[in-house]
Design a protein around this ligand. Structure first.
Ligand code: MN
Length: 438
């Protein structure tokens, strides 16, 4: 882990300490290995809140954090990790060990995770008012940490009689909604990698290819350009499949005259990108496809322009629907503008960061309006129009058409910054690029 990343995670722990306030403690468990089938596991993925605070990528860890010294440890943050073990390390990979946490992560006080209960008791003996825990994630834990977590859960009924017990999710969401420069850089890097991979993959778009071949080209190039993982399972949807929003089968053949919607991105150091583009499979848009495409593009651009501090995200979605309703009506597709949702189906976008759909709050209350954009927010803008083949109320030539155009936008004091602006989306540019496809 480089200095910049260490400093980032340290600053997040400081921020969380400030957010939970005095007489409070946070106990946050990291993720564990999850079984896929029989004795095969899914590739390990750290819980995102835990990662945000530590950058630590091993399973079976936990973090205790407080405003004051915890017990007599001389520290207000304690990390618990799996112990070094020759045999486990031979089978499953290297372990950092508590001895190395200072050097590796910049967290000075660390212990073997079997000592968790002991230090939790120290935290408990203080006059605590609030205890923050990742309650919703505890229930899923497996393996060695599972018993430590259940011991902890067993003690919660007594703890909760004396202090408020609060899930860490909401407060972490508030912190995670505002990205630092480092995070912007990581999301930007994930976006750059994804765009490079797109340019490689779209060379393969032509009639007769299969959706999974485009998916394979994307995934191959994500890895080649420095991404560790998909940000989410790639959607490569040709023709009417584009009307299935989370289409993942990716097993159909590309047909001339149809559109191909690709919604896919890689991640970099746990930060996600999220890009959608729609391409004409034969290299040229039909007249009807172009009408739909231009309309989605207009909404995409107008909504991106609106991503400024103080803007209402809800309002941005309404503007998108307004533009699309107006255009669909003019094209003779929509009779009553009130019915536009039948064609747009989903919201205008979402926060993005460590999660593709970032785990941040969207609530609007009088004291806490999370709908107002702030500098540091990073959002997707992804209008779409979906016209299934059986939508008989629509002229036949428009049926079976799906278009979505999605970019990743950073909200800054200087206005919106499109982190995926180098991915082509002008229809003329797309046609010109695709004329090079064999
Ligand atoms: Mn998205």
């Amino acid at each position: 882990m480089d200095k910049e990343q260490k400093a980032f995670h340290k600053s997040r722990r400081e921020l969380l300490r400030k957010a939970i306030g005095k007489d409070a403690v946070a106990v946050i468990f990291g993720s564990t290995n999850f079984n896929k089938s029989f004795d095969g596991n899914f590739r390990f993925k750290q819980y995102k809140n835990f990662y945000y605070l530590t950058g630590f990528e091993e399973p079976n860890a936990a973090l205790i954090l407080s405003d004051k010294e915890i017990g007599k440890t001389g520290s207000n943050e304690l990390l618990f990790v799996q112990k070094k073990d020759k045999i486990f390390e031979t089978w499953d990979g290297r372990r950092m060990g508590f001895e190395n946490s200072g050097k590796a992560l910049g967290i000075k006080r660390a212990f073997e995770n079997s000592e968790l209960q002991k230090y939790m008791n120290l935290a408990k003996n203080r006059n605590l008012r609030r205890i923050y825990v990742n309650i919703s994630e505890l229930i899923k834990l497996t393996g060695e940490v599972r018993q430590y977590a259940s011991q902890f859960l067993d003690s919660l009924n007594r703890l909760a009689a004396n202090a408020e017990l609060i899930d860490i999710g909401y407060i972490m969401g508030k912190l995670r909604a505002v990205k630092t420069k480092y995070e912007m850089k990581m999301i930007g890097k994930a976006s750059d990698i994804s765009v490079k991979a797109y340019y490689e993959a779209i060379k393969s778009i032509m009639p007769g290819k299969y959706e999974y071949e485009i998916q394979a080209a994307l995934e191959y190039n994500y890895k080649i350009f420095g991404s560790e993982d998909n940000a989410y399972y790639p959607i490569v949807a040709s023709g009417e499949n584009g009307c299935i929003l989370h289409y993942e089968d990716n097993n159909c053949v590309l047909k001339n005259g149809e559109l191909l919607t690709i919604d896919s991105a890689g991640e970099h150091r746990y930060y996600c990108s999220d890009i959608t583009r729609t391409f004409p499979i034969g290299g040229r848009f039909t007249k009807e496809q172009r009408i739909i495409y231009d309309l989605v593009l207009k909404a995409n651009k107008e909504c991106i322009r609106m991503c400024r501090p103080g803007a209402s995200f809800k309002k941005i979605g309404e503007v998108s629907d307004y533009i699309i309703a107006d255009g669909l009506k003019k094209a003779g597709i929509l009779k009553d503008k009130k019915d536009v949702k039948k064609f747009t189906l989903h919201g205008i976008g979402h926060h993005i960061g460590l999660d593709t759909h970032d785990a941040v709050s969207y609530t609007i209350t009088r004291e806490d309006n999370n709908d107002r954009l702030k500098p540091g927010n990073v959002l997707t803008i992804e209008p779409g129009i979906y016209i299934p083949g059986d939508m008989t109320s629509v002229p036949k030539k428009f049926r079976g058409t799906a278009v979505r155009i999605e970019d990743v936008i950073a909200v800054t004091g200087k206005g919106p910054v499109n982190l995926t602006s180098h991915m082509i989306k002008e229809p003329d540019d797309i046609e010109a690029f695709m004329s090079g496809n064999a």
